[in-house]
Each structure stands twice: as structure tokens, then as C-alpha cells.
Design a binder for this molecule. Structure first.
Ligand code: NAP
Length: 482
């Protein structure tokens, strides 16, 4: 059985404890590889390597750093099929998704930040003929990069690329649930000639490896993506040490459909927004609000389109819905669907696992996309993040009412508005408290724009200049000219 290894100081190494965890293919429920059960000792070794690499890497000219990171992008792209298959098996998501979204986006992340550093700007200010000020942006040192299982390489590379492009060194921890493509990335980094210690990847559990990274005195900067509860724990540890922290956390995103929307697009994209990646995208629209005049036809079309999604072996072509990532996540989804029943909801479709998709996948963690109506906006199912293929549809009568619904959770990550009335779209965009508002689209991403959440969906922004600022420290140099 294949053993994943840590990537520390340019070497692929075993965990110091010698202990491994099972890595399960969620489509089959079978153990298919082993992942290091890393701990604080492994993190200490990774931090030592990152510390040693920092002086040279931070002083390496941007052009050379850029060239090295571009080689990483090229190498992933050259192995696109291999990466896509690995992520499909590790995560349970359809191969078409890993091939067309996850892995190409990881390539883009490396390319984007490799080229961004060639165009970075600095500011100068003249102080009334007395002084010239200029701002130096310098790398912060060792960055701790912690990512979840839902978009494994996509999100990890979204952190690694800006951190190392800016001249930092890094200790990264992928989710132990989906470690394979991070392991493949370490092989790619070696091939691409990334100097030893610039990037270190330590595998293992959040409570051991993630906690050790967060608590390490020499890690100056923490970029974390994951659940709100874990984010709170990370903040509790890192804040008293005055680390710079970015937290990208959970969401319970509203998808608002007005009666004047282009219904063909609104239905098709709302289905995608609810169920893409089995609903395991932080930006999924899991609360759909539909203006009453359009409610019934929308619900009918939405249910029909949901029933048209093909659930199946994620490795097969034409499959829309693969497996839920893990047994605990499958159990969480089942719990919330039962809760919806208890809360008085009507399950219009789904609500249980599908019949066996094929013999290979008979023990996999599949769940039929589920549509619920009849629940109020304040019940637990409509307030708590489920993070699975479950969506609830609620009617509304007025603009003010739906703004209240949209803002009526602890979260504020993203929102989508479907309307052909542009002034109305602008009004909602201004008043909905979320980091992203999509109008007549969903998950359209421009890597230059700030990305992040409001309220309990997080603090800090990633993306473009925001990421380059996050991973650098600005210093003012003031020169007297009098
Ligand atoms: P999670 O349980 O919070 O885990 C995220 C990462 O943190 C994993 O690598 C995890 O390791 C690690 N971790 C766990 N405990 C830790 C600790 N005490 N200290 C440091 N690290 C620790 O989240 P998840 O279940 O993997 O991912 C789903 C969540 O991520 C959802 O809430 C989703 O909304 C959110 N998410 C947010 C965004 C965004 O951009 N806002 C994007 C994607 C996902 P283990 O896997 O080993 O536990």
C-alpha cells in the first residue's frame, strides 16, 4: 500500500513517530493508502528547515522566485490527469470536476502569484518638502498554511503560491482526509528545483499538526481555511502571540431569486450552486429564497433539475455527484436531513443514500441531492452549515424581508442574487453582509479580487494584492530632505 510522506527540508520523509493513519477512498469506503500521523516533532523539523531556508529565499530576486514557481505550475499541468485522478479518489468528487476545476485552478494559483510578484508596486510620499517616505514590503518569515478537504490542492496552492512568491518560507498542512495531491505537489516541488525548506508539508491531524503549527513561536503568520469552530481555536492560540492571521471560515450562503430573473439561468445555476462538489464548497448556496410569484414554478423546475443529476462512481464520465468526503461528513449530512424532518420540513427529493451506484462503490458514502421546503429561516437547518448536498427553499414577498433573511445567520461568506433589475441588484449587493455578492452568476472567480468572509465567516482577505499584502510586512523609510 502506498505511503504518503512528509516533505521537509526538500526531502520526502517518514513521520518521526513512525505512525500512520489510514487514507480512505470515500467512493469505496476502503483504505487505499497511509498518511503520516504527524506531530509536534515533525512540525519542529519543518519549522527549522523553513527558518534555515528563509534568508536565501527572501533575498532571491523576484524573477528567480517567479521562474521556480512557474515551473511548479507547468509540472502540475503536465501531470494534470494524474493529479485529477488522485484528487478524485482521495476526495470522492467527480473526475470531471477535478480535471476541469480543482487542478487547473491550482495551476492558475501558482501562475497568478508567480507573475504577480513581477508587477508589485511600492508607494512614495513627499512630506511638504521635509521628507521622502517610501514603503518597503518585506516577507514576514515562516508562514503556517492550513487547509481543509473540500478543495484540497486548489485551496492549499492558493496559500502556498502567494506566501512563497512574496519571499516567505512555509509549513503547510493539508487535511489528513485528502492528503494525496499535496504529497504529489511535494514531488513536483523537488522536480521544479524549489530550494530545500522553502515549502514544507507536514501531514496529520489538525489537533496535533495544525495545533503545533499555530502554536509555534517561530511561525509569524497563519493562513487558515476551515470551519468556524476550528478557526476560533486557531485564533485563540495565535492572537495572544500577535501572529498575523487570516481565517477563511464557514458559510450559509443565501441564493436569492426574484420573479424577474432569467429563470433558465437561475434554475440551472442555483442547482449547481447547491450541489457542486456534493454541496461541499464553502460558497454553495444552501438557502434559496424565491420571490413568491415565482416560487412554485421555480421549486418544480429546481426539483426536476436536481433529480436529473447523475449520482455515480466519481471515476466515471458523465457523473455529476460523487461521494461525500468521509463517513463523519456523511453522518453529519444524514443528521441534518433527519433534523429537517423533525423541524417540520418536507423532503421533495433525496433525503437518503441512493441505491448502490455500482459494485466497486457499494460501500461508498453517497447521498442523494436533497431539496427541502416548509422550513422557516431561523430553524437549525437554515442557520447551521451542513456542508453537503442539502438545500432548503423558502418563499419571500418583499425586498426588505429577503435582505433580513440573507443577513439573518452568523455567517457572511457569499450571496447570489438573480434579477434582471440592475438597481435592485446594486441595492442588495450593498446591503447583504457577505464578502462576495454574485449577481446572475455563481463561483465566477477573478483571482485579483479580494476574497473572504464577514461575521463568523472569517477575518482577512485573500486574493490578488490582498494576499501579497497579507504575506508581507510594510515598513516605512523616512528620509529627511531638508
Ligand atoms: P476543519 O475541520 O476546520 O479543518 C480545516 C483544517 O484545519 C484541516 O486541515 C484540519 O485538520 C485543521 N485543524 C483541525 N483542528 C485544528 C486545530 N486545532 N488547529 C489547527 N488546525 C486544525 O474544516 P474541514 O471540515 O476540513 O473543512 C470544511 C470547512 O471549511 C467548512 O466549514 C467550510 O465552509 C470551510 N471552508 C471555508 C472556505 C473559505 O474560503 N471560507 C473554503 C473552503 C472550506 P484535520 O483535517 O486533520 O482535522
Amino acid at each position: 500500500m502506498q505511503s504518503i510522506l512528509h516533505y521537509i527540508n526538500g526531502q520526502l520523509v517518514e513521520p518521526r513517530s513512525g505512525n500512520y493513519l489510514d487514507n480512505i477512498d470515500p467512493a469505496t469506503g476502503a483504505v487505499y493508502s497511509r498518511v503520516p500521523d504527524g506531530d509536534g516533532d515533525d512540525v519542529n523539523a519543518a519549522v527549522a528547515a523553513a527558518e534555515q531556508a528563509f534568508p536565501a529565499w527572501s533575498q532571491t530576486p523576484a524573477e528567480k522566485r517567479s521562474a521556480c514557481i512557474l515551473k511548479i505550475a507547468d509540472a502540475i499541468e503536465a501531470r494534470l490527469d494524474e493529479f485529477a485522478r488522485a484528487e478524485c479518489v482521495d476526495n470522492g468528487k467527480p473526475l470531471s470536476l477535478t480535471r476541469n476545476m480543482d487542478i487547473p485552478r491550482a495551476v492558475k494559483n501558482f501562475r497568478f502569484f508567480a507573475t504577480a510578484i513581477l508587477h508589485s508596486k511600492s508607494e512614495t510620499h513627499m512630506t511638504d518638502g521635509q521628507a521622502l517616505n517610501y514603503t518597503l514590503r518585506q516577507p514576514r518569515g515562516i508562514c503556517g498554511l492550513i487547509s481543509p478537504w473540500n478543495l484540497p490542492l486548489y485551496l492549499l496552492s492558493w496559500k502556498i503560491a502567494p506566501a512563497i512568491a512574496a519571499g516567505n518560507t512555509a509549513v503547510a498542512k493539508p487535511s489528513e482526509v485528502t492528503p494525496m495531491t499535496a504529497f504529489m505537489l511535494s514531488e513536483v516541488c523537488r522536480e521544479a528545483g524549489l530550494p530545500a525548506g522553502v515549502l514544507n508539508i507536514v501531514h496529520g491531524l489538525g489537533a496535533k499538526v495544525g495545533a503545533a503549527i499555530t502554536a509555534h513561536q517561530k511561525v509569524t503568520t497563519i493562513s487558515f481555511t476551515g470551519g468556524t469552530v476550528t478557526g476560533r481555536e486557531v485564533a485563540r492560540t495565535a492572537a495572544p502571540m500577535f501572529k498575523k492571521i487570516s481565517l477563511e471560515l464557514g458559510g450559509k450562503n443565501p441564493n436569492i431569486v426574484f420573479a424577474d430573473a432569467d429563470m433558465d439561468r437561475a434554475v440551472a445555476e442555483s442547482v449547481r450552486a447547491a450541489f457542486a462538489n456534493q454541496g461541499q464548497i464553502c460558497l454553495c448556496g444552501s438557502r434559496i429564497f424565491v420571490e413568491r410569484a415565482a416560487y412554485e414554478p421555480f421549486v418544480n423546475r429546481f426539483v426536476a433539475a436536481t433529480q436529473g443529476l447523475k449520482i455515480g462512481d466519481p471515476l466515471e464520465a458523465g457523473v455529476d455527484q460523487g461521494a461525500i468526503v468521509s463517513k463523519p461528513q456523511f453522518e453529519k449530512v444524514s443528521f441534518y436531513v433527519n433534523l429537517a424532518r423533525e423541524e417540520g420540513g418536507t423532503i421533495l427529493t433525496g433525503g437518503s443514500p441512493p441505491p448502490t451506484v455500482n459494485d466497486r462503490c457499494k460501500n461508498g458514502y453517497f447521498f442523494t441531492p436533497t431539496v427541502i421546503t416548509g422550513l422557516g429561516p431561523n430553524c437549525r437547518v437554515n442557520q447551521e452549515e451542513i456542508f453537503g448536498p442539502v438545500t432548503s427553499i423558502i418563499p419571500f414577498d418583499a425586498e426588505e424581508e429577503v435582505i433580513d433573511y440573507a443577513n439573518g445567520t452568523a455567517y457572511g461568506l457569499s450571496a447570489t442574487v438573480w434579477t434582471q433589475n440592475l438597481p435592485k441588484a446594486h441595492r442588495l449587493a450593498e446591503r447583504i453582509n457577505s464578502g462576495t455578492v454574485w449577481v446572475n452568476c455563481w463561483l465566477l472567480r477573478d483571482l485579483r479580487v479580494p476574497f473572504g468572509g464577514m461575521k463568523q465567516s472569517g477575518v482577512g482577505r485573500e486574493g490578488g494584492d490582498e494576499a501579497m499584502r497579507f504575506f508581507t510586512e510594510s515598513k516605512n523609510v523616512c528620509i529627511s530632505v531638508s
